[in-house]
Write a protein that binds this ligand. Structure first.
Ligand code: PGA
Length: 254
């Protein structure tokens, strides 16, 4: 498929996989995906598996991401992980502001913005997540909510940093529900996100930023979703936990 921006497809393993299971999965993905050059491939294991998975992907086309990090560089922050610690394992990407963290850890846009700045300072690429709930969509507030999340979560980034940031549009009602946004619904919000980036930054930045879609992406819908003009990749949860489904999601877009 011809795209204006190179697709970036990331697997968010969430709180799944022991080290042994993570190794099985990444070894399978390496075998299946070795010939793929058309798509940037990222896996985001839990922190505890980063060290071992990192060794496996060193000589491959798979890049490593983390699922979260602290906005602090270090110190008395029990249970937190800094950008510098992630860099030790050759982590290149970090998911920030996932809706599960916004919901269960009460992460705010302001906190996500601090984390995004800290990530850039350490030369990590943030994947900043935004998306409305079902109630917000049904109340006709999708653009208002996503616009507010974008302005808040990207506050303080300069144009260069923004170009190196990936956005993920993940409607909360589509995450883990089996009910994906239709390609038209995704495209509509992605186009809105790009217009918002043009307003906050400028047109060049807006044209360059890659916007992933997330929420029940599967082998059967990845091609149609990725064929939309402003959909530049996917953030995959459930279907990234198996070699077959994650590699088919990627291969089906080529
Ligand atoms: P899902 O999760 O693919 O299981 O819907 C997506 C996500 O939370 O990133």
């Amino acid at each position: 498929m011809q795209k204006e921006r190179k697709l970036v497809i990331a697997g968010n393993w969430k709180m799944n996989k022991t080290v042994a299971e993570a190794l099985d999965l990444v070894q399978g993905l390496k075998r299946e995906l070795a010939p793929v050059k058309e798509v940037d491939i990222v896996v985001c294991p839990p922190f505890t598996a980063l060290g071992e998975v990192s060794k496996q992907v060193l000589d491959s086309n798979i890049r490593l991401g983390a699922q979260n990090m602290s906005e602090q560089n270090g110190g008395a922050y029990t249970g937190e992980i800094s950008a510098g610690m992630l860099k030790e394992f050759s982590v290149r990407y970090v998911i920030l502001g996932h809706s599960e963290r916004r919901q269960f850890q009460a992460e705010s846009d302001a906190l996500v913005a601090k984390k995004a700045l800290a990530a850039h300072t350490a030369a990590l690429k943030p994947i900043v997540c935004v998306g409305e709930t079902l109630a917000e969509r049904e109340a006709g507030q999708t653009e208002e909510v996503v616009g507010r999340q974008l302005r808040g979560s990207l506050a303080g980034l300069n144009k260069e940093q923004m170009q190196e940031t990936i956005l993920a549009y993940e409607p909360v009602w589509a995450i883990g529900t089996g009910r994906n946004a239709t390609p038209e619904q995704a495209q509509e919000v992605h186009a809105f996100i790009r217009r918002t980036l043009a307003a906050i930054f400028d047109g060049t930045v807006a044209k360059r930023v890659r916007i992933q879609y997330g929420g029940s992406v599967k082998p059967g819908n990845s091609r149609e979703l990725m064929s939309q003009a402003d959909v530049d990749g996917a953030l995959v949860g459930g279907a990234s936990l198996e070699v077959r489904s994650f590699s088919d999601i990627i291969k089906n877009t080529i």
